[in-house]
Design a binder for this molecule. Structure first.
Ligand code: FE2
Length: 287
């Protein structure tokens, strides 16, 4: 008997896409036909300034593809006030791209006016849940589109934490009524670095709130893993992806590759692997 997948907050399943990166602009934008890619993710901050080459290429991309905005500067976990000027620019870009949602990371990126240029984890406490949820709700109200928060790769934990990372993510998403961007590679990286079972993470999040999935490669240094986005997705992460799709249904999926970027054909082959898994899970679900 078939089972219906969860609702995903009414957000569409866009299929499988890749991050829009400069080395692939010729493949994506210059040919007579669009590349066979369901959608592209852009880094919002790269297109916030008016005019210039980035905005020219943004216009060309918009004429061919569904774009979705992903940010790195929101710093939703910081203790400083939200940057309203940043949010104003983000909202203006949303008006242009018609992105169906906007995502950023469940992290903090600086304090006391210093930007650390890193996506740093939070302590998993009730106090942090209340702090982040209030800010996430405010951001979502200002932007006028659904906000998705993404789990980050982490390299440290806090002795003050009182819950698991997936319990923390769930509590914030439920309290703020925001969506989740589940990064299966980040789950794997953090599980390796901190010694938990990544399958518990995938099982433990609210599946009806997962509206996007990230997949990427990383660098394993033996005793720890760094989230480098510089390699193919490894088999255990593909297994987590299959588990996530089984739980959540067909969710918009994105391959991230940001360093040692391969030829576009190689990136397309990674996207094709995701399509195969989605199709297999859909067949099993319908059986
Ligand atoms: Fe990610």
């Amino acid at each position: 008997m078939s089972t219906k997948p969860p609702a995903r907050l009414g957000l569409p399943d866009l299929g499988v896409g890749v991050g829009m990166r400069i080395p692939h602009y010729a493949d994506l934008l210059d040919g007579p036909e669009p590349a066979r890619m369901d959608w592209l993710e852009i880094i919002s901050e790269n297109f916030m300034l008016p005019g210039g080459l980035p905005r020219y290429n943004l216009g060309r991309a918009l004429s061919r593809y569904q774009l979705v905005q992903h940010g790195v500067s929101l710093s939703i976990g910081a203790t400083e006030a939200l940057d309203l000027e940043y949010l104003r620019k983000l909202k203006a870009l949303i008006g242009e791209t018609k992105t169906p949602w906007v995502s950023d990371h469940l992290c903090w990126t600086g304090a006391h006016g210093v930007n650390l240029h890193d996506l740093l984890p939070l302590p998993y406490t009730e106090e942090a849940v209340k702090h982040v949820a209030a800010r996430a709700r405010q951001v979502q109200d200002i932007l006028g589109v659904r906000l998705l928060l993404e789990n980050v790769s982490s390299y440290l934990t806090y002795t003050s934490s009182t819950m698991t990372e997936w319990e923390f993510l769930t509590a914030i998403a439920d309290e703020a009524d925001v969506g989740l961007l589940l990064d299966c590679n980040n789950i794997y990286v953090s599980s390796f670095n901190h010694g938990f079972d990544p399958r518990d993470f995938v099982d433990g999040v609210p599946h009806a709130r997962v509206a996007q999935i990230h997949l990427a490669g990383h660098t394993n240094y033996g005793k720890y893993i760094i989230d480098t986005h510089s390699a193919p997705v490894i088999d255990p992460v593909w297994q987590l992806y299959r588990q996530a799709i089984e739980r959540c249904g067909p969710v918009s999926t994105l391959i991230e590759w940001d360093d040692d970027i391969p030829p576009f054909a190689e990136l397309c082959a990674e996207a094709e692997k995701a399509r195969v898994i989605r199709d297999e899970v859909a067949r099993d679900r319908a059986a």
